[in-house]
Ligand binder design. Structure first.
Ligand SMILES: [Mg+2]
Length: 218
């Protein structure tokens, strides 16, 4: 079995979950709900949680229940200085350069944010495609329809030759059900049904080589 395509989540996958970016974006989401939708500051964080769990992402929830404009929302919440949180990562760049597979970003964020993150990490040119929240509309990860659309957009015929690398267990569960090989970032131990686990993205090369050798999906 040879893996042909590597699908990478972006946030908390290509960089550490301790970077503070997700918290900063989360704060902007709450801020948006308070200032633009007049949701009380005291209940906005809980409302955000509820929307996230009900609809897959906060944005999808706000579109469905509050009829917000998604472009306006995405611009607002991603208006943070990425370089305050991230810096170039030459080690990851070097590792990505060694992979012969096609590398594609598949994220619930938007392309503008993805490009800013990739540029700051110094790996933007390593990815041939970005599949973002707008390209999988009206779905989002972990919905199977979102994966179906992403596989189509990436031109993937055989999901078994595709690897999904993500920090989110719920995203990986769907990917696994659809036949992709799954690697969770940010976990020391493998949580079934996920196929492999790495603590940081820097460990990807070794687990990928090992998995490719032992993978029985052929
Ligand atoms: Mg993530």
């Amino acid at each position: 079995m040879c893996f042909e395509t590597l699908l990478f989540d972006l946030d908390d996958t290509l960089y550490s979950s301790t970077s503070g970016i997700w918290e900063a974006i989360g704060d902007r989401m709450v801020d948006y709900m308070v200032t633009k939708l007049a949701i009380p500051e005291s209940s906005a964080p809980a409302e955000r949680e509820r929307l996230f769990h009900t609809h897959g992402t906060t944005m999808r929830g706000l579109v469905a229940e509050y009829k917000i404009d998604e472009v306006d929302f995405l611009e607002y919440v991603h208006d943070i200085s990425i370089d305050e949180y991230l810096s170039p990562n030459p080690a990851v760049r070097k590792m990505l350069e060694t992979f012969p597979q096609r590398k594609v970003i598949f994220t619930n964020a938007d392309t503008g944010h993805a490009i800013r993150v990739l540029k700051t990490l110094g790996v933007e040119d390593q990815f041939e495609q970005i599949i973002d929240i707008r390209s999988i509309k009206p779905w989002c990860k972990p919905q199977p329809e979102a994966f179906g659309k992403a596989l189509k957009l990436a031109g993937i015929q055989n999901p078994a030759k595709c690897v999904m690398i993500d920090d989110s267990l719920r995203n990986l569960i769907t990917a696994h059900e659809l036949g992709l090989f799954t690697i969770q970032v940010g976990e020391k131990d493998v949580i079934p049904p996920v196929d492999a686990a790495i603590l940081t993205i820097e460990e990807l090369a070794s687990v990928l080589i090992q998995s490719q050798k032992s993978y029985k999906g052929d």
